[in-house]
Design a protein around this ligand. Structure first.
Ligand code: F6P
Length: 465
C-alpha cells in the first residue's frame, strides 16, 4: 500500500518559529529571521536533511503570510485562530505553566482554577492538537520529531496516537516545578500534562535538577515515567558566532556610545534580560541601591548598565513589572546621581549589537533570576567580555550547575547578600578575575547549540524502541 505519510525525516515543533512577518505600509510582507539556540542547532543538520520546522503564526503579519501562502522552505506556520492562540499562549502557557515551573504565584490569592481557566485549557488542547495533526501529516515513516517546551506538552501523546511509527522527543527549556508546587494544578490537568509528555520516547531537560523534578512528579502522580527515557542536555553558548559578531562595526559604535554614558574610569555591573518576571530585575536594582548605601566608596565609581527588553506585553503583570523596573531605576538616579554620574543606565529598546557591546565592557555580570531553565546571558558574557568579568550568579539558574564553581553565588531573594556579592565582585583582584572568567568561558561553551541539537537527535534515533 502506498504511504500517505509526509516527506520529512526530521521535524521540529515550537510555538515561536525561526521567521516572522510584518505587514509594511504598502501592504507587502517583510520577513524577519530570529536567532537563538534552536535556530543554530537545527542548522547543524544542513539544508539537505529534509527537516521541517512547524511553528505557530503569532502576529497579524504571520497570519497574513499563511493566508497568502507566503513562507520559507523548511518552515510550516500554523494559523491557529488568534483567540485560540491567545488563550493557549497568554492564558495557559505563560500565565499558568510558566508560573508553575518558575514558582511565580503569590499564593494567598492565586492561582484560581475556575471556569475561565477550563475554557482556556480547551483552547490549549485545540492548539496542541493542531500541531499534532500537522506533524502527523508532514512526517515520513519512522521520522524523528523534536517538540519544544511548555507550550506543547500535550503534543507527544496526541502525536503518538496518530502516528505510532514516529520517534518522538520533547525538550523543556524551562525549569520543572517541584512536585508539591506542580500539584497546585488541578489533578486531572497535572495528570494530562505528564501523560502528554510521556507520549514521547525521550524527554530532554537543561539540568539534572529539572529532570529529577519531572521524574518526581511522575512518580507521585502517574506511577513513574514508564518507558520514556529522560535525558539532560545543557545548552551552551555559541562561541564562534559570539566572538565574530561582537567584533563587528555596529558593536564598536555601541561601545563608544555606552562609554560616553558610563563615563571614564568607572566600573560596570552589566545585566541583559527580557523584562521577565522570573529574571528578578527589581531585586537586582534594590541590591545595587544597597551597595551604594553600604559601600559609599563606590558612588561615582560604578555604573549599573541594565538592559531590560520588553516581553509578553499582552499580560498586565508584565507591563506592571516593566513599569516598576523603570520607576526604581529613576528613583536610584534621582537619589544618588550627580551632574557627572548616572548610577543606572537603563535601556529598554531591544538592540542585540548594544547587548554585545555591554558584554564586552562588563566588569561584573549580574544574573540573579528567581528561577531559570538555563540563562544564556550567564554563559555569553564571559565568552565576549574584553577583559574577563566576574559573574554574580543566582543558585536558582540552571547555568549554576555548570558555572557555579567560578561564579559568586547568590540567593536571589537576599538583597543584602546580593549587594555584598556585587562588592566582592567589584574588588576581586585582576588575576583572579581573569582566571575565573577563562574557566567560565570554557564551561559555558562545552555544548554549543549544534552539538546540543545533534546529541538529542542521535539519542532519540538510536534509542531502542
Ligand atoms: O526560557 C524558555 C523559553 O521557551 C525560551 O526558549 C524562549 O526564549 C522563551 O521561553 C519564550 O519566550 P516567548 O514567550 O517570547 O516566545
Amino acid at each position: 500500500m502506498a504511504s500517505t505519510h509526509g516527506a520529512h525525516q526530521v521535524l521540529v515543533a515550537s510555538n515561536r518559529g525561526p521567521v516572522s512577518y510584518e505587514v509594511q505600509e504598502d501592504g507587502s510582507l517583510a520577513a524577519k529571521r530570529g536567532g537563538g539556540g534552536l535556530v543554530s542547532g537545527l542548522s547543524a543538520i544542513g539544508p539537505d536533511a529534509g527537516a521541517l520546522w512547524v511553528c505557530s503564526a503569532l502576529s497579524d503579519g504571520d497570519r497574513e503570510a499563511v493566508r497568502q501562502g507566503v513562507g520559507e522552505e523548511g518552515v510550516r506556520m500554523l494559523a491557529v485562530p488568534a483567540d485560540v492562540h491567545a488563550d493557549a499562549y497568554n492564558g495557559i502557557a505563560n500565565s499558568v505553566l510558566w508560573f508553575v515551573h518558575h514558582m511565580l504565584y503569590q499564593t494567598p490569592l492565586e492561582p484560581v482554577f475556575d471556569a475561565e481557566f477550563r475554557r482556556q485549557w480547551a483552547s490549549y488542547e485545540t492548539y496542541n492538537r493542531a500541531f499534532a495533526e500537522a506533524l502527523a501529516e508532514e512526517a515520513a515513516e519512522g521520522a524523528a520529531v523534536l517538540v519544544q517546551d511548555y507550550h506543547l506538552t500535550l503534543v507527544p501523546g496526541m502525536l503518538r496516537e496518530l502516528r505510532p511509527d514516529l520517534r518522538i522527543g520533547h525538550f523543556s527549556h524551562t525549569p520543572w516545578a517541584p512536585a508539591d508546587y506542580f500539584r497546585m494544578l488541578p489533578d486531572d490537568i497535572a495528570e494530562q500534562v505528564l501523560r502528554g509528555m510521556l507520549g514521547a520516547d525521550r524527554l530532554g531537560f537543561l539540568t539534572r535538577r529539572w529532570a529529577d523534578a519531572f521524574t518526581a512528579c511522575c512518580t507521585e502522580l502517574v506511577g513513574g515515567p514508564g518507558n520514556t527515557e529522560v535525558g539532560v542536555h545543557g545548552l551552551g553558548a555559541d562561541a564562534d558566532f559570539l566572538r565574530r559578531r561582537s567584533h563587528e562595526a555596529d558593536v564598536d559604535e555601541r561601545m563608544a556610545a555606552l562609554r560616553e554614558e558610563i563615563g571614564a574610569g568607572r566600573k560596570t555591573i552589566v545585566r541583559v534580560d527580557r523584562t521577565e518576571l522570573s529574571k528578578n530585575i527589581v531585586r537586582g536594582l534594590l541590591a545595587y541601591r544597597q551597595l551604594l548605601d553600604d559601600h559609599p566608596e563606590w558612588r561615582e565609581r560604578v555604573v549599573h548598565v541594565a538592559f531590560a527588553y520588553p516581553s509578553r506585553q499582552d499580560l498586565a503583570v508584565y507591563r506592571d513589572y516593566t513599569a516598576e523596573v523603570q520607576r526604581l531605576a529613576e528613583e536610584i538616579n534621582s537619589r544618588y546621581g550627580t551632574p557627572g554620574w548616572t548610577p543606572v543606565v537603563l535601556h529598554v529598546k531591544d538592540d542585540f549589537a548594544r547587548s554585545l557591546a555591554a558584554y564586552r565592557l562588563a566588569d561584573v555580570a549580574l544574573v540573579n533570576p528567581i528561577r531559570d531553565g538555563m540563562n544564556l546571558v550567564a554563559k555569553e558574557v564571559p565568552v565576549v567580555s574584553d577583559d574577563g568579568c566576574v559573574l554574580v550568579l543566582s543558585r536558582e539558574a540552571g547555568a549554576h550547575a555548570e558555572l557555579g564553581e567560578d561564579a559568586i553565588t547568590v540567593n536571589p531573594y537576599d538583597v543584602i547578600g546580593t549587594a555584598e556579592a556585587l562588592h566582592t565582585a567589584l574588588t576581586l583582584p585582576a588575576e583572579e578575575r581573569a582566571e575565573h572568567s577563562k574557566r567560565l568561558a570554557a564551561a559555558a561553551t562545552a555544548l554549543p547549540p549544534a552539538q546540543w541539537f545533534l546529541d538529542q537527535l542521535n539519542a532519540l534515533v538510536d534509542q531502542p524502541s
